[in-house]
Design a protein around this ligand. Structure first.
Ligand code: BES
Ligand code: MN
Ligand code: ZN
Length: 499
């Protein structure tokens, strides 16, 4: 969808989208349009339960006195409750409400709303951002879908009295959207197309934005002693990879200690010799979700030229059963020197992260490291699909993540860590084992990771429940969500950019 900003005028064809506040209070342009159409909007509101509440929508077809095909009215709720997300979601509703209407152009009329802190420019920019995010679709492999079944909307024009400022405000948002789209594309690609080498190649594309991208192959990782990561990939015909991305946007140059993000990139997780059951196994194509977020985040940060030094590291492997696959009972030596007894080859993400995390803290000495991983099914049992699990050795970092999550509507919920949980992964045969007992599966997984970050402030986001969605949300169509890109971009913007 092509997005543009223009000055506020009443559109004379296609679809006009306008807004109402709670109590059926039309905004200025909506009221003007109501007048133009001889009260069509007012009558439609009275003929329905539309009250202008958040998320309520109303369609008026072929209104009298106008050549418009349609008017869509979107409820914004109470002015005092509105924020950037209200406008993002409104953009999502506008797109979704008319996407398959047969019309090709959306004209959205954005006014100043009394009693909110959001200026018209920010409102217009956020509306465009939300509409663009909702318009995402992964359809490159669909060759026979009928034209009638596809979305018809091709352009979005956001009309306001703050065109120039809206355009300016939209620039960084559009770069975040670019990052989100890249992440969604990566998690949606099938595992025969996206495997460690091809995922690394996608990350390499960030070079164009000024990101330094280095790819380590199996020989280099072997020299570094990454026995934990390499053990997971040894049953695959695809070569394991590690990608190291560096964005040095701090004004002081590369002297500033970086912040670091690490992602689990299991391009397909069969479980290995501890094979997963068949039904639903196709979902394990998105077991590289953490790495997808780190790559999309680097794209967003570099795209908007974030004034921060940021390192992104992703460990990329395919977990397959094979004559050469890792066995339950194997003991591997990680880059940190710690040995791990493999009791279940399906607990592979933590093995990949063990080496990726150690490498990151050892090589870059970052201010903090945040890892993202579709790590445990147990986190879905605990939190469903509404929050990501947060585990951390640092209260300040946890609070900042929690706050950023609320701001962008990618929420996280903190779980405890404790020596008593840590003990559960001690092994009689090695320094640790890769699974705990039946209880607290997400916590013992996090305790495992904690053993590889030393004293560095660290947070782990278990995103198994939020990486893929089965239902549409206002700015997130079903499928890959890119949960984490907006959250971590906001974390960086709030606390780690020099101004
Ligand atoms: N990739 C899975 C976790 C997962 C499950 C992600 C469902 C998304 C949806 C992970 O590698 C895994 O298999 N974890 C095991 C750990 C267990 C063997 C200790 C799990 O959660 O069952
Ligand atoms: Mn697994
Ligand atoms: Zn996995």
């Amino acid at each position: 969808m092509k997005i543009s900003f223009a000055n506020l005028t009443q559109p004379t064809s296609g679809a006009a989208v306008v807004f109402a506040l709670e109590g059926r209070k039309l905004t200025e342009s909506a009221a003007a349009l109501d007048k133009l159409t001889k009260g069509a909007i007012g009558r439609a509101m009275k003929a329905s339960r539309f009250k202008g509440k958040r998320a309520q929508t109303l369609h008026v077809l072929a209104p009298a006195g106008s050549k418009l095909a349609r008017i869509m009215v979107i409820g914004l709720g109470a002015a005092k409750d509105m924020n950037e997300n209200t406008w993002q979601r409104a953009g999502g509703y506008a797109y979704a409400g008319l996407a398959k209407s047969g019309l090709t152009a959306l004209n959205v009329l954005v006014d100043a709303v009394d009693g909110t802190k959001i200026k018209p420019a920010a409102a217009a920019a956020n509306l465009a951002f939300g509409a663009g995010l909702r318009a995402y679709r992964f359809d490159k492999y669909r060759t026979t879908e009928k034209k009638d079944a596809k979305p018809s909307i091709k352009t979005l024009r956001v009309l306001s009295r703050a065109t120039a400022a809206a355009k300016r405000a939209y620039v960084p948002l559009s770069k975040i959207a670019d990052g989100v789209v890249m992440t969604r594309d990566l998690v949606s690609e099938p595992p025969n197309v996206l495997y460690p080498a091809t995922l690394a190649k996608q990350a390499k594309q960030l070079t164009k934005l000024g990101v330094k991208v280095q790819v380590l192959g199996e020989a280099q990782m072997k020299r570094l002693g990454m026995g934990a990561l390499l053990g997971v990939g040894q049953g695959s015909r695809r070569e394991s990879q590690m990608v190291v991305m560096q964005w040095n946007g701090a004004p002081s140059g590369s002297k500033d200690k970086p912040i670091a993000f690490v992602g689990k990139g299991v391009t397909f997780d069969t479980g290995g010799i501890s094979l997963k059951p068949g039904p639903g196994m196709e979902d394990m194509k998105w077991d590289m979700g953490g790495s997808g977020v780190v790559i999309g985040l680097m794209k967003a940060l570099a795209g908007r030229k974030a004034k921060a030094n940021v390192v992104g590291v992703v460990g990329l492997v395919e977990n397959m059963p094979d004559g050469n696959a890792q066995r339950p009972g194997d003991i591997v030596t990680s880059m940190s020197g710690q040995t791990i007894e493999i009791l279940n080859t399906d607990a592979e993400g933590r093995l990949v992260l063990a080496d990726a995390l150690h490498y990151t803290v050892d090589k870059f000495d970052p201010k903090f490291v945040v890892d993202l991983a579709t790590l445990t099914g147990a986190i879905i049992i605990a939190l469903g699909n509404e929050h990501a699990g947060l585990f951390s050795n640092n209260d300040q970092l946890s609070e900042r993540l929690t706050k950023a999550g609320k701001e962008v509507d990618e929420k996280v919920w903190r779980f405890p860590l404790d020596d008593a949980y840590d003990k559960l992964i001690n092994s009689p045969a090695a320094d640790m084992q890769n699974i705990g007992g039946r209880g607290a599966g997400s916590i013992t997984a996090a305790q495992f990771l904690k053993r590889f970050v030393g004293k560095t402030p660290w947070a782990h986001l278990d995103i198994a429940g939020v990486t893929w969605s089965k239902k549409d949300a206002p700015t997130v169509p079903k499928g890959g969500t890119a949960f984490g890109v907006r959250l971590l971009d906001r974390l960086v913007a709030n606390h780690y950019e020099k101004r």
